[in-house]
Design a protein around this ligand. Structure first.
Ligand code: SF4
Length: 159
């Protein structure tokens, strides 16, 4: 059996790399689109930016057509995965902060062969003390503000 030439292959329907959010709230990073050797269909290569996925960096594929699907999910017409601009993602919760940091570190490794924490600086540390009384000058506001500055500098480095 001969291998198919590029000319014979069906359209890849590539998923643009970047930061995505599943309609249930989880953050994901699309790395690339690859082709299944058996069906020849495009497969989105991605990783989860939360839970075990964040710890292990495990990568997954699912059909690109399914990744790009719009449908009625949880009773609302919406995309299964929505793209988000990392420069504009609102910072105000830890799940988003962790996802953004992992996404920018991953991009630096893949696109620039850089360790962002040394090529730039580590992201700001999470607060460990909380007054518990609803104080002025909340430590979390300071953290998200510092994280925003880190993001701006990281994106400038990535070009
Ligand atoms: S304002 Fe911030 S630091 Fe103070 S109790 Fe609330 S969360 Fe903690």
């Amino acid at each position: 059996m001969t291998s198919p030439t590029d000319h014979d292959l069906p359209l890849l329907n590539a998923t643009p790399p970047g930061l995505y959010r599943h309609y249930k709230g989880g953050w994901y990073e699309v790395i690339d689109t690859v082709r299944c050797s058996e069906t020849l269909q495009g497969m989105t290569l991605y990783r989860a930016l939360y839970g075990e996925g964040l710890k292990t960096g495990g990568q997954w594929v699912r059909p690109a057509a399914m990744f790009a699907e719009h449908g009625r999910f949880d009773g609302t017409a919406q995309p299964r995965f929505a793209p988000h601009d990392p420069a504009r993602v609102p910072l105000g919760d830890l799940a988003t902060a962790h996802a953004l940091i992992a996404h920018l570190r991953g991009r630096a490794r893949r696109e620039r062969q850089l360790q962002l924490d040394t090529a730039l600086r580590p992201p700001p540390p999470e607060p460990t003390a909380c007054c518990g009384r609803g104080c002025n000058g909340c430590v979390w506001e300071g953290f998200y503000e510092a994280l925003h500055h880190w993001r701006v500098d990281a994106l400038a480095l990535l070009g």
